[in-house]
Design a binder for this molecule. Sequence first.
Ligand code: SAM
Ligand code: SF4
Length: 330
Amino acid sequence: MRESLLVDQYGRRLNYLRLSVTDRCNFRCYYCMPEEGIDFAKRSQLLSFDEMYRLSALFVGLGVDKIRITGGEPFVRNGIIPFLDKLSKLDGLNEIVITSNGTLTTQHQAALKNMGISKINISLDSLNAERFHYITRRDSFDTVYNGIMQMLDNGFDIKLNCVVAENKNIEDIIPFIELTKDHQIAVRFLEEMPFNGTETSGYTGWDHTKIYEHIAAHYNRINKIISEANSTSVNYQIASYKGSFGIIPSFSRTFCGTCNRIRLSATGELRTCLYGAPAANLRDLIRSGASGEELEQIILNAVAKRERDGFAAEAASRQSIHTSMSVLGG
Ligand code: SAM
Ligand code: SF4
């Protein structure tokens, strides 16, 4: 296997690009943006698909072998399917995975399968239609839930992302675990982060320990399962259940030591840490005529200077840490 050239000052190699293809979304999840939305970028400020492809190829040349397509909601951007098709043929790129809210995903199942894309993370914070509506500010529970079940039947590898918060969805934690009894599905519980597009912190104290203890109080036999080295989640399975569950300490940030991710926002901002300021704007550099070698050097320099962890990156950043996750590309 090729070794990535993207190595930071602490020796971590980055081989996983999270590419946000839009900042727009058809949901308004309370933890991501206010009801009225955010100040969305003008269309001309978004990277074009050609620019995204050129940059993806550059990252792959530097050693990235996995790209996650995210947003905003990736499937609201016109032209996403032909772009994914082209990307899926990029030499050296082993895996494309997607994070989506699941409203529009089902209709593209056949196309995704044909491109070899089968791993999809879907955000689902409640198994109750009313709470789902309250959380997302949209009445789409049936569409999303039925779509997930259909995709599971069609052989997709589905993970559910569930942001846990007081007064929102604590009563859903155990039903989510019960969903793993008969379905080969991985549910991952996330701590709420401050990236909600408003100046409030959001975090309600449901950290990874509290989430685990809540689950442990309901089950006698929870087995820890082996996770990939760069996994952000600590993963478990209830004995005899088909699926699994994981907990992602996204607010506590205990996984930074093995982080292999780099992020490109829909407007071209390059981030070497979710909690840090952008290191460069690759869109501006492309549009001012930067050569491939110049872009590569800028990316390598940004990676070399990467901070030790999310706390150091946050301290070094002067920008607001309340920027919506749909802008950062979660
Ligand atoms: N729209 C897609 C979706 O919701 O899956 C992709 C983009 S969304 C920004 C990516 C992930 O970020 C989702 O799983 C969402 O739950 C998570 N997310 C957004 N804001 C968050 C926050 N403030 N704290 C924790 N997770 C957050
Ligand atoms: Fe949209 Fe995803 Fe943000 Fe929810 S979390 S508002 S689905 S981008």
